[in-house]
Write a protein that binds this ligand. Structure first.
Ligand SMILES: [Cu+2]
Length: 113
């Protein structure tokens, strides 16, 4: 009898696992914000175009020996010397083109979905 119950339980857990898995997966994406990294190197932002979701965080890190600064219409970083980072949490959807305020030819874009 105990054996039969165990088999029935195993059967249901196999049946239910995919359903719960899919559910937890789609809910999990909203619940778990991600952190993305942009490296500033050789007077370039890498990646040059980054897409994130609302609630995600973007961290820029300057690897150049000269200071850089992220300047967008809606946000602005601190001055980042070599090895320094600055983080920004995306709170609003939209396209946010940005430049380095010290070197305006350095252009990149953050897209928040
Ligand atoms: Cu710069």
């Amino acid at each position: 009898m105990a054996m039969r119950i165990a088999i029935v339980c195993a059967f249901f857990s196999v049946l239910l696992t995919p359903a719960f898995g899919v559910h937890a997966g789609s809910a999990g994406q909203k619940a778990a914000p991600k952190t993305y990294h942009v490296v500033i190197k050789g007077f370039k932002f890498e990646p040059e175009k980054l897409g994130v979701e609302v609630g995600d965080t973007v961290t820029w890190t300057n690897e150049d020996i000269v200071p850089h600064i992220v300047t967008a219409e809606k946000f602005k970083s601190k001055r980042m010397d070599q090895g320094e980072s600055w983080s920004f949490k995306a709170k609003q959807k939209g396209d946010f083109p940005y430049i380095c305020g010290f070197h305006p030819t350095m252009k990149a874009e953050l897209v928040v979905y």
